[in-house]
Write a protein that binds this ligand. Structure first.
Ligand SMILES: Cc1cc2nc3c(=O)[nH]c(=O)nc-3n(C[C@H](O)[C@H](O)[C@H](O)COP(=O)(O)O)c2cc1C
Length: 343
């Protein structure tokens, strides 16, 4: 119970958290000082930026060397790092970040792996466990751009990958997905069946832009807006009744009200990156304060009471989460819009 008399506690991936507000992967969680500021402001857990499959594959030979050196040392993180001095690569730096984050903050630290292909790199996840991560988030960020590869085969490989990762490590595994599956619902349930402990909905892809002067294609990252919250809101609202595993709501959480919406739809935690990049790490406290105020005004004593209170099967109008009333909505918007224009 917090000093406000409101119980913000929640459970995510089997981990007990003081509040449902988590700092998702981004530049601040990769910087130890900013990471500590996020936690000081109330972040209940932190996800580190991703380590990429490509980075790991690149260093497979070195990793093989590590595995042979340390084949008996798993579970003994303290003895691990001194012996790999000199192994100064991206992979090594990531392990060091995990360990330093673990030492610096007293909330769960989630390490993040980005990868989509089954391969030797998966063994690397065990090193994250050794380095002290409390959980692993598998970030399935990929663009299905090859017309010769079907959606079915992509999804089958990804589900197998999740199953293999879950077998490989003892840590809980969350899977961060995009909203671009032909059936988000079937894929999320597939993740649960594959052994995942949680699903993060959703990652947010950067989109290319064209510079009309130079005709260069530019890879630009733009921060999210609260409007984008409606995508995870829909899917969390629909999927809560089918998922026993944890759900993290991600994309568009900028305020306490945004957090309240995703919790009501059924999220166990909400995650935020853009809002803290825009407003600074201290913004986590602003989101928490806004959530507490909303709960007090609406007479919710705990996050547990709120969670899923407006999921699809509990909502006054369940169809609003789906396509139903699409025609009605379009008609209402059109007549209101044209009416305002005429005035
Ligand atoms: C600059 C930047 C870097 C990011 N790096 C990662 C990353 O390494 N791994 C990851 O899973 N997500 C990464 N993300 C995505 C965020 O964790 C988050 O899912 C996304 O920004 C949507 O949440 P938001 O609306 O709160 O920003 C990054 C986002 C930004 C803006």
């Amino acid at each position: 119970m917090s000093t406000t008399g409101i119980d913000l506690r929640t459970t995510y991936l089997g981990l007990q958290l003081r509040s449902p507000i988590v700092a998702s992967a981004g530049p601040y969680t990769g910087d130890l000082d900013r990471l500590a500021e996020l936690v000081d402001a109330g972040a209940a857990a932190v996800t580190l930026p991703s380590l990429f499959e490509e980075q790991i594959e690149h260093e497979t030979a070195e990793i093989d060397r590590l595995f042979s050196l340390h084949s008996e040392s798993f579970g003994e993180a303290t003895s691990f790092f001194p012996e790999v001095d000199g192994y100064n690569t991206g992979v090594d730096a990531y392990l060091a970040l995990v360990q330093a984050a673990r030492d610096r903050v007293d909330v769960p630290v989630v390490a993040s792996l980005n990868g989509t292909h089954i391969g030797g790199w998966l063994r690397y996840a065990r090193l994250l466990e050794d380095a002290g991560a409390d959980a692993v988030e598998l970030n399935l960020y990929t663009i299905a751009a090859d017309p010769a590869v079907s959606g079915l085969s992509i999804e089958a490989e990804q589900l197998e990958l999740v199953a293999l990762l879950c077998e490989e490590i003892h840590l809980p595994v969350a899977v961060k997905i995009s909203p671009f599956y032909s059936s988000v619902a079937a894929f999320a349930v597939g993740l649960q069946d594959a052994g995942a402990s949680g699903v993060v909905m959703f990652n947010r892809f950067y989109l290319p832009d064209l510079d009309l002067e130079t005709l260069e294609v530019q890879a630009r990252i733009a921060l999210s807006t609260p409007e984008e919250l409606r995508l995870p809101l829909r899917w969390i609202g629909i999927l809560r009744e089918y998922l026993r595993i944890s759900i993290a709501g991600s994309t568009g959480v900028h305020s306490g009200e945004d957090a309240a919406k995703l919790l009501l739809a059924g999220a166990d935690v909400v995650m935020t990156t853009s809002a803290v990049l825009r407003n600074g790490p201290g913004h986590i406290a602003t989101i928490e304060q806004g959530l507490v105020e909303w709960m007090r005004e609406h007479e919710y004593g705990s996050v547990g009471e709120m969670r899923g209170a407006v999921r699809r099967d509990a909502a006054a109008d369940p169809a609003a989460y789906e396509r139903a009333n699409y025609i009605g909505n379009l008609a209402t918007f059109t007549s209101r819009f044209l009416g305002e224009r005429r005035r």
